[in-house]
Structures are given as structure tokens and as C-alpha cells.
Write a protein that binds this ligand. Structure first.
Ligand code: NDP
Length: 450
């Protein structure tokens, strides 16, 4: 298209959109990006980053408790406004870096909502400006969704938790996924009484069954009330707080309810129909492996495509798109063997196939499993064990899954992920000399399948 103002217009300044814009610009493309909220998107503003800061804050409680076993006497007090303000400063700092990096890459940075007018025109309603683009990338992310029941408007979502003026004394969390587990554990450590209500019989569906059981046991031991096979039927304001009616017939009185019941792609009012961009279940933009949509000029990456809703995946998808379309370096983001972490306490690190999935794919498998008390827990007299599990395809002896739960599991799984992606065998794991004394050494000293 000869009369295009830009080669690429990116809608959405989160992880995927920003990476794509910067890489495309580096390849010589004329790029503009529009963001209606704050640069950095879910991850930086109301997701991974502030959540991890809260997780770190919450774990000081364990550290203070455990310190006594090592000879320390600690008197600790927690101040929520101090943490919130520190979090705000850090999020602001990172947001500014995102913006600066875009500008330094030569990208036109627009602070406004943008929608599609057709497959090569973006409309900015606030200024009524229209921009013609050779390519348009949709990277608008996702948003939390709440189930429909009477009083659902009284439930908050994870978006609201980051800026609560004060900590509630009790909270009911509905859901059993990433956000329910992470916020359940961190809120409980910050002094909130937590009840978790999950519709299935075991939280963290889709994770390895041993991990699911291990985490549920640990959360229960830490005082979180986990109610399974139940859902919220209705919420009523009761003056001092909220009365939550569960479908099973019981009620709970709490200060806050968090709906951690999943997220949906941000496509409302985006003009996808006008541009002829096809969507699938839950409104997700349908894409091919190269992030192409049903229109040759429109592309989509990240949570709006509902593939794997993880920041590093969105970043890769954005990078691959920009290299492919503007850099003459075609590649696609592989969605297999993506390492992931759930920052509950205990922490989960996982990569590859669960035991169940490995059995289905490979038939005969060997499972190596160990549960032990990490060294730091012994003097501290903390009963929490650590779980480590390797899943090995018997015929090839390739390690097809690694599942960890306990301190630093997220750090360890990044490295185990390299081994699993490289297709290493159990013997190659065993050939590596252990680093002693560590918890990670168990990964190379597991001798006998269970
Ligand atoms: P998840 O999909 O992980 O979990 C949603 C939970 O809500 C599930 O337990 C689901 O049950 C339950 N649920 C869904 N609908 C209903 C309903 N109508 N009534 C009752 N329960 C319901 O979503 P999250 O919101 O926790 O997180 C969204 C995504 O964000 C994650 O999937 C992940 O990709 C990403 N994320 C990643 C993090 C990380 O990397 N550490 C941290 C936070 C989020 P069921 O299991 O039965 O379907």
C-alpha cells in the first residue's frame, strides 16, 4: 500500500505489543503504537510485577518465623500503605522505561484508545485521527471475568487488589487457578484470613496431580480454608462486610470477595467485524502459528489470542512477528515445553508434560519423585516438604516433564527448562555432578523410579 502513513500500527502497549514495535522499528519500519491505559500492560501495571513484589513482601512472614530457629529474635510489624506506595513507585519507574525504550527506538508513542476502521486503517476516537498502516498488530491483552450471579458486582478482581486502601481482615477467593493460588497465599501471609472456593475437586487443574495435591496440603497447613466442589451462588452486602452464599448451602461472612475465575481477550469495541478479522471461542482472535489472522494485513499476539497467557510467550510472539514481517527472518514462537511458575508459597515451577499427559503421549513412562525438607526448614522446624518430580519417556529415556514445588522452584525450572527443551535424557541429567548442599541437587541424584 503506497499511501500508508506507517508500516506498522500496534494497538496495545503491553509486553507483546511493545516488543513487536521496537523490533519492527529496528528493522527499519515506520511504527506507531497506541495504548489507552498505561504502557507496560497487565504484566507491569496490574499483573506479574506488582504481584511478585507482594509475594516477596508476604514471604518475610515466613522468614521472620524461621529466623528464630537460627538464633534471631525478631519483632515485626507490617504496614500495607508502605508496601503499596513502594509498589507504585516501582511500577511507575518500569512504565517510564517502557515508554523511553519505545521512543528511543523511533516509535511514535500515542496515549489513546485505537480501534480498527478497516483492515488497513486505525481510528483514534479521542482525536478523530485516522492512520493508514501497511500492517496492524493487535496486542490488546485480556481482562478478568466474573461469573454471573446476584451480587457479582460486589466481588473484586485482581485488578482491584493492587490499590486497596487497606487490607481486609478476611477474603473469600473464588477460583483454583494461578491468581487464586498466588493471591490466596500472599494475602494469608499479610494477615488476611483466606477462604478459597473452587468448583472442582482439586485446585490447579491442568498441573501435575502431585503438584496439585502438594500445594493444596501446604495451603491448608498454612491456615487457608479450601472449599472444593462448590461455587459462589450470590453475594449480599451486610453492612460491615459481605455475606457469600455458596451453592452447597453454606454461607461465609467476609470483608472482600475476589473473583479469580479466569480472563477473557480484550476485543470489545475493537472493530474486528468491520475489518473482517475472525474470532473464536470467548472472542479470541483466531491466529495461525505465525500470528497471522484471517486478514493478511492484520496480526495478533499475546492474551488477545488466548493461546498461552504468559508474558514471555507474548514477547516471543511479538518478536517473531516483527522479525518475520519486517526483518526477512521468519520464525515462529514454539508453545511446547514452556516453563511456568505459580508464585504461591510454596512456589511451583513446571515444564513439559504432566505424568498423566506423558502416559497418554508416550505410553510407558518412568517417574522419579522425591519429597524432602529443604535445609532451611530443618532448624526452623518448618514441616513443609519440597516436591521434585521427573517424568521420563521409558523407550527413549528423554526427560519430558519436570515438576517442582518449594522454595526457589521458579528459579530452578528456568534451568530445567533448557534441559527439557534440549531433549536431554535421564542419563544426561545423572552425568551432571550435584551442587551440594542445595535443593536443586535432587534433580541429578534421583536414582530409582517410583
Ligand atoms: P485460570 O484459568 O488459571 O483459573 C481460573 C479458575 O477459575 C479455574 O480454577 C477455573 O476452574 C475457575 N473458574 C472459571 N470459571 C468459573 C466459574 N464460572 N465459576 C467458578 N469457577 C470458575 O485463570 P486466572 O484468572 O487465575 O489467571 C488467568 C491467566 O493468567 C492464567 O491462566 C495464566 O495464563 C495467567 N497468569 C499467569 C501467572 C504466572 O505466570 N505466574 C500469574 C497469574 C496469571 P476450572 O479449573 O474448573 O476451569
Amino acid at each position: 500500500m503506497d499511501n500508508a502513513e506507517v508500516d506498522l500500527f500496534v494497538i496495545g502497549g503491553g509486553s507483546g505489543g511493545v516488543r513487536a514495535a521496537r523490533i519492527a522499528s529496528g528493522h527499519g519500519a515506520r511504527v506507531a503504537i497506541a495504548e489507552q491505559s498505561r504502557y507496560g500492560g497487565t504484566c507491569v501495571i496490574r499483573g506479574c510485577v506488582p504481584k511478585k513484589l507482594f509475594v516477596i513482601a508476604s514471604r518475610f512472614r515466613d522468614a521472620f518465623d524461621e529466623a528464630e530457629g537460627f538464633g534471631w529474635r525478631v519483632e515485626a510489624h507490617f504496614d500495607w500503605p508502605t508496601l503499596r506506595a513502594a509498589k507504585d513507585r516501582e511500577v511507575g519507574r518500569l512504565e517510564a522505561i517502557y515508554r523511553r525504550n519505545l521512543q528511543a527506538s523511533g516509535v511514535e508513542v500515542i496515549d489513546a484508545r485505537a480501534v480498527l476502521e478497516d483492515e488497513t486503517t486505525v481510528h483514534l476516537p479521542a482525536s478523530d485521527r485516522r492512520v493508514r498502516a501497511r500492517h496492524i498488530l493487535i496486542a490488546t491483552g485480556g481482562r478478568p471475568v466474573k461469573p454471573a450471579y446476584p451480587g457479582a458486582e460486589l466481588a473484586c478482581t485482581s485488578d482491584d487488589l493492587f490499590d486497596m486502601p487497606e487490607l481486609p481482615s478476611s477474603m473469600l477467593i473464588e477460583g483454583g487457578g494461578f491468581i487464586a493460588v498466588e493471591f490466596g497465599c500472599l494475602m494469608q501471609r499479610l494477615g488476611v484470613r483466606v477462604t478459597l472456593v473452587y468448583r472442582g475437586d482439586r485446585i490447579l487443574r491442568g498441573f501435575d496431580d502431585d503438584l496439585r495435591q502438594h500445594v493444596a496440603e501446604a495451603m491448608t497447613r498454612d491456615g487457608i480454608d479450601i472449599v472444593t466442589s462448590d461455587t459462589v451462588r450470590a453475594i449480599e452486602a451486610d453492612g460491615a462486610g459481605l455475606t457469600v452464599h455458596l451453592a452447597g448451602g453454606t454461607t461465609r461472612h467476609v470483608d472482600r470477595v475476589l473473583a479469580a475465575t479466569g480472563r477473557a481477550p480484550n476485543v470489545d469495541g475493537l472493530g474486528l467485524e468491520r475489518a473482517g478479522v475472525a474470532t473464536g471461542p470467548r472472542g479470541a482472535i483466531r491466529v495461525g502459528p505465525d500470528s497471522s489472522t484471517s486478514r493478511s494485513t492484520v496480526w495478533a499476539v499475546g492474551d488477545v489470542t488466548d493461546r498461552l497467557a504468559l508474558t514471555p510467550v507474548a514477547i516471543r510472539e511479538g518478536h517473531a512477528f516483527a522479525d518475520t514481517v519486517f526483518g526477512q527472518r521468519p520464525w515462529i514462537c514454539d508453545h511446547e515445553n514452556v516453563p511456568a511458575a505459580v508464585f504461591g508459597t510454596p512456589e511451583i515451577g513446571t515444564v513439559g508434560l504432566t505424568e498423566q499427559a506423558a502416559r497418554a503421549r508416550h505410553g510407558e513412562i518412568d517417574v522419579y519423585r522425591t519429597r524432602f525438607r529443604p535445609m532451611s526448614n530443618v532448624l526452623a522446624r518448618v514441616p513443609a516438604p519440597m516436591l521434585m518430580k521427573l517424568v521420563v519417556a521409558r523407550a527413549t529415556q528423554v526427560v519430558v516433564g519436570v515438576h517442582l514445588c518449594g522454595p526457589d522452584a521458579a528459579e530452578m525450572i528456568q534451568l530445567a527448562g533448557i534441559a527439557v527443551n534440549a531433549g536431554l535424557t535421564k542419563m544426561q541429567f545423572d552425568r551432571t555432578v550435584a551442587v551440594h548442599p542445595t535443593a536443586a541437587e535432587e534433580l541429578v541424584t534421583l536414582r530409582t523410579p517410583s
